[in-house]
Design a protein around this ligand. Structure first.
Ligand code: ZN
Length: 322
């Protein structure tokens, strides 16, 4: 079997691998723990070993690969295939990741930002099939995003395009590690929702069923806040709704700029399913101008946690297929 494409998605917890054939049908998957504490070299070795392992498992050879796509967090120099910085993994500064993988495996390789890869995954195989313009927002530690226009990833002129998580949605709002205030990801990421709930409980002494979880575990997460709001907790409802309101502001601004077919929501918070998409649509429709009817669809990711790795293979498919 020839013309296979391998995707590798480097995450802070897991490294995911997917093997796709030339019709973009997945034929094998593998996941390995990311050896974060052991540093960059060990992480890259794990990526190389995992690639070999999956190929072996599927009974094919490296020579059957037409290309490898690697999805990575952090700012990337696309020209040289270098990861410029990755705060979570020690030593991952100015690492020529593309060439390290390509040289070790002897297969042409392309490096892509993980949020862009996830958007490409949804565009090729998921909730954005056949859309001329699609935007994907990944709600996790931050808000990652990818914008695909007529099959191409929007990078901008300085490789800094589609940073939707740092659109300012509240002037003089919450401080963001990027140096601005009021960025979307300070309101609508899984991490910021948990931080806000915690602040209301600890600093403002608000009553909530979440205080008990906080006291027991030392922290709370977005999934617990979603569960608490389902169970009728007023503070959880308020925190969740605020996140959905600011997310809707972000989506409205994106709709005004790009008029996309679809905005796709993924990442950890999207596991809330209807509890994410319904309030988001409600706020979006309320904020929508009256000049035209809302036509952009807001939908959940179809590929879930595999969007990035499928997209990484998809980027390789787009780049190297003969
Ligand atoms: Zn920011």
């Amino acid at each position: 079997m020839a013309n296979l494409f391998l995707g590798i998605d480097l995450g802070g917890t897991l490294i995911k691998f997917a093997l796709l054939d030339d019709t973009l049908t997945p034929i094998g998957h593998l996941e390995l723990d990311t050896p974060v504490q052991k540093g960059a070299d060990e992480v890259i070795d794990t990526m190389i070993c995992g690639a070999r392992e999956l190929i072996h498992q599927q009974g094919v050879a490296l020579s059957n690969l037409s290309g490898i796509g690697v999805a990575s967090p952090g700012p990337i120099d696309f020209e040289t295939g270098t990861v410029i910085a990755m705060p979570n993994i020690p030593g991952f500064n100015n690492v020529p990741l593309r060439n390290r993988i390509a040289d070790a495996l002897g297969v042409e390789t392309i490096l892509e930002n993980d949020a862009n890869a996830a958007a490409m995954g949804e565009a090729l195989c998921g909730a954005g099939k056949n859309a001329d313009i699609l935007i994907m927002l990944t709600l996790g530690t931050g808000v990652g995003s990818g914008i695909i226009i007529n099959g191409k990833i929007l990078r901008g002129c300085h490789s800094a395009g589609a940073e939707t998580g740092h659109m300012i949605v509240e002037p003089n709002g919450e401080p963001c590690p990027c140096g601005q205030r009021g960025c979307l990801e300070r309101y609508s990421s899984a991490a910021s929702v948990a931080q806000y709930a915690r602040r209301l409980i600890e600093k403002e002494g608000r009553q909530s069923t979440l205080s008990e979880i906080l006291r027991k575990n030392g922290n709370i997460d977005a999934a617990q806040i979603n569960q608490a709001q389902i169970d009728g907790d007023e503070l959880a409802k308020e925190v969740w709704d605020r996140a959905m309101y600011f997310l809707a502001i972000g989506c409205i601004n994106l709709a005004r700029l790009f008029d996309p077919e679809v905005i796709i929501l993924g990442g950890g918070m999207a596991k809330a399913g209807e509890n994410l998409i319904n309030p988001l649509r409600r706020h979006f429709n309320k904020l929508h101008w009256i000049l035209t009817e809302p036509k952009t669809s807001l939908v959940l990711s179809a590929l879930g946690s595999k969007a990035g790795v499928i997209g990484a293979a998809g980027v390789a498919w787009k780049t190297f297929r003969k």
